[in-house]
Structures are given as C-alpha cells and as structure tokens.
Design a protein around this ligand. Structure first.
Ligand SMILES: C[S@@+](CC[C@H](N)C(=O)[O-])C[C@H]1O[C@@H](n2cnc3c(N)ncnc32)[C@H](O)[C@@H]1O
Length: 238
C-alpha cells in the first residue's frame, strides 16, 4: 500500500527536530545533518566505518599498542551527538578486556524522536540505554564500561590536569564551527591529557595542525577515512 501524503509527512516530521535531519550513510548506518550549519555528524559515505577507523583504530587500538600494560583507559569525547563513538568504544572495551571510563561533552542532546530512529547495525543494542543515561551522572553500562555525559561545552567544561588518556575530538568542522577549534580549546585538551595521551580527529586543516604543534603536541597526519585525504593524531609526548 502506498502511504498517503499525510502518513509520509508524519514520518518525515518524526525524523526531524528543528534543525536535524536523519540520513542513512553509505554503509547503511545512520547519521544526522544539522541543517542550520549544513554539516553532517559523520561521513555520508559511512558513519560506522569512519568512526571505527578514526576513533577506534587510530585512537584506542593505537593507544593500546603504545601502552601494552594499560588496563584502564580514560576517554574524553568532544561532541556526544548520536553516541556512535561511545557505542563502538563499549564494544572495544569488552573485546579488549580493558576498563574504560568514557566522558562526553554535548551542548545539544538529541531528542528521543531522533535517537530512537538511529540504526547502527550490530552496535544498536545500547543506543537507547546510553541516550537515556542521566546527564552529569556516571553509569556502569557493563562490567568494563562507565559512561558520564556532561551537558557542557568544551569552553565551559573543567577538569583536572593530566586526567585523560585519549580525547576524541569530534566537533563540527572548522569551516562550520570555527570557535570550537580555537587554540584556547586545544590548550585545554593538551592540559587534560596525561603524558603520552593522544587526541584523534577526522580533521587535518593546516591551521589546526599548526595550532596543535604550537601548543606542544607532536602530530601525525594519517590517511583519512572514507576517501577523506587526511586525519590527525596528536600526542602529548612531554
Ligand atoms: C560532528 S557532531 C557529533 C559526532 C558524534 N561524536 C557522533 O558520533 O554522533 C558534533 C557534536 O558536537 C556538539 N557540540 C557543538 N558545540 C559543542 C561544544 N562547544 N562543546 C561540546 N560539544 C559541542 C554538537 O551538538 C554535535 O552533537
């Protein structure tokens, strides 16, 4: 049966919040378009594939390789968004028998009408659970994974120095949200990281890389995900 216009319109409306549109990316996983910024939350070629590559392989797998004795990792994410990176990290913690404390900052939490529609294949199981966790409270998602979501911007968030092992810097792009990439925010990240801690991001803009170096990071420009030219991994070596 062909749905009536009203049914179609209702369906579209339920997939939209004032400035968000649900999309399906090239690998079949969901993502969002922020229509105000005209920026996507992930690569339209594949949200899961991009996040797995940038944050899990180049972030968590790399960190485990350089710190083989590490059994407890503290992560800070900038931009909780759909929660995809958290879902992938839950899986990683289980597979690697590693305790993970995952903290994530978000200024615009998703409404239930949006997060209940997200499809992340094998990783979908915990979508509702992580979105329903109360903000500002630490939740044990399972025996190895703790999640704390902070309803805060990076600009206003405060943490002690040398606290995190890894930062997932997953903000909107510098051309769409330049302020979050300011040196003052990157300095904060440097300060929050432990010695040898790493920051990973999909972004590899020249000014961003120069700012990281000026702050004291050692950077690697790595091949990017899903046809993107490059990505960056920055390490606090001293
Ligand atoms: C590229 S999207 C998020 C991607 C997210 N990691 C995911 O997998 O869905 C960027 C996110 O950063 C959030 N954000 C915007 N400004 C922010 C700020 N100043 N501090 C922290 N998060 C911010 C946005 O609301 C959005 O959810």
């Amino acid at each position: 049966m062909i749905p009536s216009n009203t049914e179609n319109d209702n369906k579209k409306a339920s997939l939209k919040s004032p400035n968000l549109e649900l999309i399906t990316t090239g690998d079949g996983s969901s993502s969002l378009l922020n229509t105000e910024l005209n920026d996507f939350y992930h690569s339209t070629k594949g949200a899961i594939r991009e996040s797995l590559y940038v944050y899990i392989e180049q972030g968590l797998d790399y960190f485990k390789k350089i710190d083989t004795s590490c059994k407890h990792i503290k992560i800070l994410e900038i931009g909780f968004g759909t929660g995809l990176n958290a879902l992938l990290a839950i899986n990683w913690a289980k597979n690697n028998s590693c305790l993970v404390d995952y903290e994530s900052l978000e200024t615009h939490p998703l409404p239930a009408a949006i997060y209940t529609q997200l499809q992340f294949k094998n990783w979908s199981k915990n979508v509702a659970k992580i979105h329903q966790c109360e903000w500002g409270v630490t939740h044990s998602i399972n025996k190895v994974f703790k999640l704390t979501k902070h309803s805060a911007s990076l600009e206003n968030f405060k943490q002690m120095a040398s606290y995190y092992d890894i930062i997932f810097f997953d903000a909107f792009s510098p051309s769409k949200q330049p302020s979050i990439w300011y040196q003052s925010n990157l300095k904060k990240c440097f300060n929050y990281l432990k010695k040898n801690g790493v920051l990973v991001t999909y972004c590899a803009k020249g000014q961003f890389k120069r700012d990281l170096i000026a702050i004291g990071f050692e950077i690697e420009t790595l091949p990017g995900a899903m046809g993107k030219w490059e990505m960056v991994r920055a390490q606090k070596v001293n």
